[in-house]
Design a protein around this ligand. Structure first.
Ligand SMILES: *[C@@H]1O[C@H](CO)[C@@H](O)[C@H](O)[C@H]1NC(C)=O
Ligand SMILES: *[C@@H]1O[C@H](CO)[C@@H](O)[C@H](O)[C@H]1NC(C)=O
Length: 220
């Protein structure tokens, strides 16, 4: 009976985000080239989530099954920066390849999504128009609200900001200030920057399937 209960609880927690801190396993890399970058790897629930901090600006990810994860390389703090990256990304099921980060006061989790698997957000997205980042593509803007979910300050209620590239790509240039300015024009206010990474994320849709895939990403 107890084991049945535990399995049931595990299944529930692997489908819906378990409460808990979004404090990633993170560190500056241990070799001289890695040390130029911030590395972050967070995961929850079941499933197999393998993220490897590679040399310099590179990392790889391979995942399957339930639960969810976010991993990637970048900077702490993030902020205005021209990010150039290249690589490969093969997702099945829900997931994103994005420039991803957090701000505090207000607490915001943001995504500049260049490519994705199934788009099945956990919360409804509200459309906020679109904008063209000069030379970098057109992105559609959305906001959503997470209620009592994992965050960098523990379980909290906060906004998510989204720029989703109209034409998906893997590799290119993202000038973050172009997005931050477009968000400000749409009334989407960021706080003080915490970390920012070029992230691979996979997750489990409510009531549905997990995700699988692989990615190999290099910051230039
Ligand atoms: C961007 O917004 C404009 C104005 O609302 C609209 O005409 C256009 O179709 C939108 N573009 C995309 C890619 O959704
Ligand atoms: C990555 O996924 C693609 C598509 O499923 C597959 O063809 C490829 O072999 C995978 N690569 C690795 C390194 O697992």
């Amino acid at each position: 009976m107890l084991s049945f209960l535990l399995v049931t609880l595990w299944l529930i927690s692997s489908v819906w985000s378990a409460p808990g801190d979004f404090l990633p396993e993170s560190a500056l890399g241990s070799d001289a080239a890695q040390a130029n970058y911030y590395w972050s790897f967070w995961q929850e629930g079941g499933g197999s989530h393998n993220c490897n901090n590679g040399a310099g600006g590179s990392y790889t990810a391979k995942w399957s099954g339930g639960g969810g994860f976010v991993c990637g390389k970048g900077w702490s703090p993030g902020g205005s920066r021209t990010v150039k990256y290249s690589g490969t990304y093969h997702p099945t099921g829900p997931g994103y390849l994005s420039l991803y980060g957090w701000t505090r006061n207000p607490l915001v989790e943001y995504y500049i999504v260049d490519a994705h698997g199934d788009l099945t957000p956990g919360e409804p997205w509200t459309a906020r128009g679109n904008f063209t980042a000069d030379g970098e593509g057109t992105y559609l803007l959305y906001t959503s609200t997470r209620v009592n979910k994992p965050s960098i300050v523990g379980t909290a209620t906060f906004q998510q900001f989204w720029s989703v590239r109209a034409d998906q790509r893997v590799g290119g240039t993202i000038t973050t200030s172009k997005h931050f300015d477009a968000w400000a024009r749409a009334g989407m206010r960021l706080g003080a920057h915490d970390y920012m990474i070029l992230a691979t994320e996979g997750y489990t849709a409510a009531g549905g399937g997990g995700s699988s895939g692989n990615a190999s990403i290099t910051l230039e």
